[in-house]
Design a protein around this ligand. Structure first.
Ligand SMILES: [Zn+2]
Length: 110
């Protein structure tokens, strides 16, 4: 890890997150106001998300991505979905960022 604060990030990421429960967000494991299961940030994001069930075309596109690139099956669906929506895929996954197709629109979250 390089750059300022790198060792602090490594240290904090090596600590196990607190278990979800009273006062702990079930998504990010940050503080959540009791008795809410999620913190406000995660709740806002959750409300804006909608389930995108893959249809046959998406499944075939994901399979083609998986066949051509050394990415995990689930990653192939993430890439196929981002392509279908003409959206950038926000990820920190090195398989996608370093071994994927340079034509994929990705945002490196690392
Ligand atoms: Zn949260």
């Amino acid at each position: 890890m390089s750059g300022p604060g790198g060792s602090a990030r490594l240290l904090s990421s090596s600590l196990p997150p607190p278990p979800a429960g009273a006062g702990v967000c079930e998504i990010c494991h940050g503080p959540a106001g009791h008795p809410y299961p999620r913190c406000w940030s995660c709740e806002v994001v959750r409300r804006r998300l909608r389930l995108d069930v893959p249809d046959q075309q998406r499944i075939l596109e994901a399979a083609a991505i998986k066949a051509r690139h050394p990415v995990a099956y689930a990653d192939a669906f993430a890439v196929a979905t981002s392509i279908a929506y003409d959206a950038a895929l926000m990820t920190g996954d090195p398989e996608i960022l370093e071994r994927g197709d340079p034509a994929w629109r990705v945002v490196d979250l690392r």
